[in-house]
Design a protein around this ligand. Structure first.
Ligand code: ADP
Ligand code: MG
Length: 678
């Protein structure tokens, strides 16, 4: 076994499990050992039963004396066991695990952990974690004379998915890590590593820390790595970019440009004008543009990009516009045709399921990442626009650059990213921000709806829809990526809603539909043939249907605030009053978090709150948005951002190609390769 061994080849993992792990982007042994815990449970206090106090969290070593199942009136199984550690007895209780008496018969020696409570004057532990004694091969994870992996220590907790829990991750990583540890090569130059832990040390400690102190040091080391590598990569890209020259600066014909701007059905906002100005000044230079356009959902980024495409046409160049999904590509196709065809500019589409292009044709070509295909024949691409940029990796971007010999690059994102963070993550790009919404936007009144008001909410929706509105109902997110499970859950919800709204027309949208089917459903929604669109969160980015005024989100606690804000951005795009209704089964802290949405309508503020509340390691935080994968680094840690930036700058100054640091160079190029489109 080595770091590159596919997980499917590991004894005991197999096809089903490896498919599940693939959903977490875990394919190889290396991916697995880089899958870090997101928190730790402190079960390191080891006590004897005679000294226990109710309320404390402890680990105990002892023996099962008795164990048996009983049944509640509702036929639920309760397992009760008498556990004795030589000093005293203790009652253990588990629910719904009828196999336990067979698995742990009287006489079994166990190490258990959990929170002690007092029940009918007896000390007891509800649902204790248990493991057998002795745990084989544990060696290095010894704590206070105990051997333990799931108890008796700082226990790592991993984000779980259906069928793969923390216990599994712990056991597997514990088994695998010692076998590959000597392959983990240090890549930090000595002068930068300084007093930090070595890489192999840090990785072992992050999974199996002996105490908080060494854990903190491991987190510091690995967080440093994450940011340092990003800084290096973006700085290198920026330096390389600055070496390039565009053959000819573009001519900007103001009279023609104004004609286009006046043809729009609205006036550009000040922000849009400012950003267009920044783009134009780039296009007049000899250096190719490489600009990130950041703007709140609905702030009108598209039309700015279209103006740039129009200028490309006037200068004799084709434009490629790449969207993250087919749905968005089609939508852009509609929009751009309307805006550009009156000027004699042809707009083509090129996606996996639809290609209406003759070779080389189309002044503007819109597509998904199918645009990367060698089969797409282009003539003279001068501008590449990428919508929702964070879905695309560095490599795709350089590939597109190859396709266009003299490319100006404009990437757009609605992901609200705090400026300092943007300068790190997108340090290779110049930044433009549209920070105002068009004036005609209504406020979206947002409500957290308690369960007992659910039927009232449905009545409200019915009334609004009958009055000519349209609604989205977003089904809860089951797993981070769109899977069969999420699709099935959406289907179930759809069936349920059919009965609740028997007189309305409902549509169903999820990631597992074929591209054509998705397009059809969305088109029906656009034309009003579907009044309520039941959907997974695939509608998140960019869908623009003006008549939709209601957004219902089920299981809102599963989403980040910024993500909810994006979803909410699907409504309130026309002039009509709009409503966002959030349902949650989360507890009070979740409810408190969601409350922010009812008072805050600023995407950037919400993103910052997300960072604060959930940390940068959250799956749906901006950190995980696809370009870079931060598990540890705190993106609000300006000091670390500065420190890594300086270190990267200094290193590149003495060795721009990193030729003296082969390990570091290799690590960086691997990183670029890992950043793939979804
Ligand atoms: P996003 O920035 O989220 O991509 P879009 O470009 O899709 O937003 O624009 C959202 C909607 O706002 C579109 O229907 C667009 O036509 C409209 N729009 C864009 N700019 C303006 C403006 N200056 N005034 C009014 N409506 C605008
Ligand atoms: Mg958009």
């Amino acid at each position: 076994m080595d770091l590159k061994t596919p997980l499917v080849k590991i004894p005991g993992i197999g096809l089903t499990l490896s498919k599940r792990l693939a959903q977490l982007q875990l394919f190889t042994v290396e991916d697995l050992i880089y899958y870090f815990p997101f928190r730790y449970e402190d079960l390191s206090t080891v006590k004897t039963a005679s000294e226990l106090q109710p309320g404390e969290k402890v680990t105990l070593v002892g023996e099962i004396w008795q164990i048996k199942n009983s049944y509640t009136r509702t036929r639920k199984v309760i397992t009760k066991a008498l556990f004795n550690d030589g000093s005293h007895s203790l009652e253990l209780t588990w629910f719904n695990q009828s196999y336990l008496p067979k698995t742990l018969p009287a006489g079994t020696k166990l190490q258990i952990a959990g929170k002690v409570s007092l029940y009918k004057n007896n000390l007891s532990i509800i649902a204790p974690v248990w493991e057998r004694l002795p745990t084989p091969g544990v060696g290095e994870v010894e704590t206070s004379g105990l051997h333990g992996l799931h108890t008796g220590r700082l226990v790592p907790i991993y984000s779980e998915i259906f069928g793969v829990n923390s216990k599994w991750f712990r056991s597997q990583i514990h088994k695998i890590l010692p076998q590959v540890k000597n392959e983990i090569t240090e890549f930090l130059p000595d002068q930068i590593k300084n007093g930090m832990q070595s890489l192999d040390e840090a990785i072992e400690i992050i999974h199996f820390p002996k105490n908080w102190e060494e854990l903190n040091q491991a987190q510091e080391r690995l967080g440093f790595d994450e940011l340092f590598l990003v800084q290096l990569a973006t700085l290198q890209t920026r330096l390389a970019w600055q070496q390039k020259k565009v053959v000819e600066p573009w001519q900007i014909d103001s009279a023609q440009l104004n004609k286009f701007i006046h043809s729009l059905p609205f006036q550009l906002t000040n922000s849009q004008q400012k950003v267009l100005g920044e783009i134009i000044s780039d296009l007049k230079k000899e250096l190719p543009m490489n600009r990130l356009l950041q703007g709140e959902v609905g702030s009108g980024k598209t039309v700015v990009a279209v103006a740039a495409a129009y200028l490309a046409f006037l200068n004799g160049f084709q434009t490629l516009l790449m969207a993250p999904t087919e749905i968005l590509a089609w939508q852009h196709h509609e929009t751009l045709k309307k805006l550009l065809e009156p000027f004699g500019i042809s707009v083509g589409i090129y996606t996996g399921s639809r290609k209406n292009l003759a070779a080389g044709s189309g002044d503007v070509i819109i597509g998904t990442h199918a645009l990367l295909s060698d089969k797409l024949v282009t003539k003279n691409v001068g501008l590449v626009i990428i919508d929702e940029q964070h879905r695309f990796g560095v490599e795709q971007r350089s590939y597109l650059r190859q396709k266009a010999k003299v490319p100006h690059f404009l990437t757009m994102t609605a992901t609200p990213i705090p400026r300092t963070v943007a300068l790190t993550l997108y340090g290779d790009l110049d930044l433009s921000v549209i920070d105002e919404l068009p004036k005609n936007r209504p406020k979206i009144s947002t409500h957290l709806v308690p369960e007992k008001k659910r039927s009232d909410a449905y009545k409200f929706i019915e009334k609004k829809v009958k009055a000519g509105g349209q609604a989205y109902i977003i089904t809860p997110m089951i797993e981070p990526s769109e899977t069969n499970v999420s699709a099935k859950a959406a289907k179930v919800e759809y069936e349920r809603l059919l009965k609740i709204f028997p007189h309305l027309k409902l549509g169903l949208l999820h990631g597992r539909l074929k591209a054509k089917e998705k397009e059809a459903v969305l088109q029906d929604f656009r034309e009003g043939k579907v009044q309520i669109l039941v959907s997974t969160s695939v509608v998140e980015v960019g869908v623009d249907i003006l008549n939709a005024t209601i957004m219902v989100i089920e299981g809102a606690e599963k989403f980040g605030l910024a993500q909810l804000h994006q979803l909410r951005g699907r409504i309130g795009r026309g002039a009509k009053e709009s409503f966002c209704l959030l349902f949650t089964s989360g507890g009070t802290s979740e409810t408190a978090r969601l409350k922010y949405l009812t008072t805050t309508y600023n995407g950037l503020k919400l993103a910052e709150l997300d960072l604060k509340i959930r940390g940068s390691g959250t799956i749906f935080g901006i950190a995980q948005s696809g370009r870079w994968n931060f598990q540890i680094a705190d993106l609000t840690d300006l000091k670390l951002i500065e420190k890594t930036k300086t270190a990267a700058e200094n290193l590149l100054q003495i060795d721009p190609q990193l030729d003296n640091y082969p390990n570091l160079k290799a690590k960086l190029s691997n990183l670029a390769r890992e950043v793939m489109p979804d």
